[in-house]
Design a protein around this ligand. Structure first.
Ligand code: GLU
Length: 472
């Protein structure tokens, strides 16, 4: 365990279900998960569904599905923020009773006029506290009101952020923001603070786009006498060109990484871990190592750049490491037909020679297709090009040589093909390339002797015969 062992750690991931689980959110979840697991603490999940117009059930499902796929299991039941509205309102009432909040009767028209005035004067747009010290007796009868935080005006607030370092903001810059709307519903800012407190969150690890919010959330906590969490605001992910991450850069849902790009979850996890966190020069980091090593000190301060090539290289590594039966399960549904039991078995036996050549499951499925094509094989253009000239005659000699091989295994098959090349006075490649085309319909494939062995005698000789010149 690292030197920074802290006890009783509770982290949380708090996505707003207004869209899929995007790659930045997945990284935030991963960091929270790793930090909690490293310290033997708890990792909680809170669905921030207070924005009723934009929160959807399909988005919630996509988030949970994405987290399960990435192996980010959460402790206990997921908390749904909207269901806790009564508790949030209760806290606002307590704040009001204790004088840490006040009722504001300013009408929307009044506030619009205020904003217009501030804009015209080139001042920051901010509520001016017009009901802060006013006698509530002056309130118009039965008029709607909101409840606002009575934020401190003097002094400054410093956050000792574990990633950003010390960050100080003058209290005068923090506005008396709304806690309860005029319809009695809590605002997001109130809900986050109450939920983090009630869930016992000790460490808030989230994107640095929320750093400003921390300065608004802190006075609320202080007013309630609640302990401040440790903050770690992690830099956002940028595209390879340094611009803010967009769809073009890979700001997609994790389901796209799984389904459309054919990546393995351990590769995505490993990549996301390295995106903003480092442990020396280590690139390939297993989950066990990540749990052992992860800390907040290793999180960089500058935005990291999304590098798809790197992700794909990692994926290639994890494909090579993956168990053949598992890969067979993942590739089978990507083939354009249902596999019979014997085809499945063949696919699994072929995995060891397919694995080294694929960067993702899509390539793996494509590269496996030669096993299942039926005779006469359709040739792609590159394969057809290999079958002109002397190729049909050479294939006839290969056919004859292979037909007399007794033990159909790659070593004996290789010896037979080499003999044909030697006798014909050509390089092995001059025989192997047309042979590959005949056997697979493609210019590239796993090693040709493995292909022969896997296809078996009858199928191999049949495919060769389809492409050879009939001998005189
Ligand atoms: N719901 C916020 C978001 O999805 C996160 C809030 C937080 O972590 O405090 O960006």
């Amino acid at each position: 365990m690292g030197a920074t062992t802290e006890s009783g750690v509770v982290t949380r991931f708090a996505p707003s279900p207004t869209g899929f689980l995007h790659i930045g959110g997945a990284r935030t979840a991963l960091f929270n998960w790793l930090f909690a697991r490293h310290h033997g603490g708890k990792f909680l999940l809170r669905i921030e569904d207070t924005d009723r117009a934009r929160s959807t059930q399909p988005a919630i499902d996509a988030i949970l599905d994405g987290m399960r796929w990435l192996g980010l299991d959460w402790d206990g039941e997921a908390v749904h923020q909207f269901a806790r509205a009564a508790r949030h309102a209760e806290v606002a009432q307590q704040m009001l009773a204790a004088g840490h909040a006040y009722k504001c009767y300013a009408t929307p028209e009044e506030l619009a006029a205020l904003r217009e005035e501030q804009r015209a004067a080139g001042k920051p747009i901010r509520y001016d506290g017009r009901w802060r010290d006013r006698d509530p007796a002056e309130a118009p009868e039965r008029a709607p009101f909101v409840v606002r935080l009575k934020a401190p005006r003097e002094g400054a607030t410093t956050i000792h952020d574990r990633v950003q370092g010390d960050v100080t903001v003058q209290n005068g810059e923090i506005d008396d923001f709304v806690l309860l709307r005029s319809d009695g519903t809590p605002t997001y800012m109130l809900a986050v603070v109450v939920d983090d407190h009630d869930m016992g969150v000790t460490h808030v690890i989230r994107g640095d786009d929320h750093l400003n919010n921390a300065f608004r959330q802190l006075p609320l906590m202080k007013a309630m006498g609640w302990a401040e969490p440790v903050y770690a605001h992690i830099p956002l992910i940028h595209g390879a060109d340094g611009a803010k991450l967009s769809k073009r850069h890979g700001a997609l849902g994790v389901d796209a990484y799984r389904d459309e790009m054919g990546l393995l979850p351990e590769a995505v996890d490993n990549y996301l871990l390295r995106l903003g966190w480092g442990h020396g020069d280590d690139e390939i980091i297993s989950r066990e190592q990540a749990i052992e090593w992860f800390d907040l000190d290793g999180v960089g301060k500058s935005p990291s750049r999304f590098d798809f090539k790197k992700l794909e290289n990692l994926n290639g590594h994890y494909i090579r490491e993956a168990d053949d039966a598992r890969l067979t399960d993942l590739v089978a549904p990507r083939l354009p037909f249902e596999l019979s039991a014997s085809q499945r078995n063949l696919l699994q036996r072929t995995m060891p020679v397919l694995k080294p050549r694929a960067a993702n499951l899509i390539e793996l499925a494509e590269n496996a297709m030669f096993l299942f094509r039926t005779r006469p094989l359709e040739m792609d253009d590159a394969a057809s090009d290999l079958l002109g000239g002397d190729a049909p005659a050479l294939l006839a000699r290969v056919h004859a040589a292979l037909a007399s091989v007794n033990d159909w295994e790659s070593g004996a098959l290789e010896a037979a093909v080499r003999q044909v090349a030697e006798a014909a006075g050509v390089k092995l490649g001059a025989v192997a390339q047309p042979l590959r085309a005949a056997l697979t319909g493609r210019k590239t494939s796993p090693g040709i002797f493995d292909v022969l062995e896997l296809l078996g005698r009858e199928e191999s000789l049949g495919r060769i015969a389809d492409r050879m010149a009939v001998q005189a």
